[in-house]
Design a protein around this ligand. Structure first.
Ligand SMILES: [Zn+2]
Ligand SMILES: [Zn+2]
Length: 235
């Protein structure tokens, strides 16, 4: 929170974008809902923490959290892109800003590549479906921990869709989430059945009353099981 606030204050002169702010992603003027976007996703340093020594990790974090790695964007454009890597060449920024972004990118490129490779592997493992709702993943999905109590390691990673991400479904609560979905589906089915019942009830009730209990006859026939067990004993 504190860091965000500080960055927001620092960003204005340092983003090096024209005085009338233009969204770096879509190039249109920003009149409301301006956000500071990290061009190279922050997720990259977070998902490297378990695999780097302290010095290397803090160097990577410093680069990715730096104002050099930020641009101003519409909130909507920022959210839509999530952690996908936007090409630096396609951004609406000054030439100087672009040079600085490229410099940052070159310094962290191996980490970016490793991150993208892992995401691709995960997508293949999940058959390009959301870990939570099984919907098809578009533009790679959003990386999350399976268990939020554990560190960010690739054994504890999954991809979820933007819809689940927007709903703030916790990856750690997969079972709860799935139970909720099942309950909602059962409720909807019960409601549909209740709506159909009045007509079905009157039609089904009268002929059913005349039928002599068929289940008891079936259960009597099932008895010979006893004998079968003796047969298997021989070999
Ligand atoms: Zn925009
Ligand atoms: Zn989903």
């Amino acid at each position: 929170m504190d860091r965000k606030k500080k960055m927001g204050a620092v960003i204005h002169p340092k983003t090096e974008q024209p005085a009338a702010p233009i969204c770096a992603i879509c190039g249109k003027p920003i009149t409301a809902n301006c956000t500071v976007d990290h061009v190279i996703p922050q997720a990259i340093y977070k998902w490297h923490e378990s695999y780097l020594d302290k010095a290397e990790f803090s160097a990577l974090r410093r680069r990715l959290t730096s104002a050099r790695n930020t641009v101003r964007t519409h909130r909507r454009c920022n959210e839509r892109k999530e952690e996908s890597i936007v090409g630096i060449d396609g951004l609406h920024v000054s030439r100087r800003k672009r040079a600085k972004l490229r410099e940052t990118y070159r310094a962290v490129e191996p980490y970016v590549q490793a991150f993208l490779e892992k995401k691709e592997q995960l997508a293949a493992q999940q058959q390009s479906r959301c870990f939570l709702c099984r919907a098809e993943l578009r533009d790679g999905g959003v990386l999350r921990r399976i268990d939020d109590q554990l560190d960010r390691t690739w054994d504890n990673a999954c991809l979820i869709c933007h819809r689940c991400n927007a709903r703030r479904v916790k990856s750690g609560d997969v079972k709860t989430y799935q139970a909720q979905r099942r309950a909602a589906a059962a409720k909807a089915a019960a409601k549909a059945a209740a709506a159909a019942r009045p007509a079905a009830q009157t039609a089904a009730k009268s002929p059913a009353a005349g039928v002599p209990n068929p289940p008891s006859a079936a259960s009597r026939r099932r008895r010979p099981r006893h004998r079968r067990r003796n047969h298997t004993k021989n070999p």
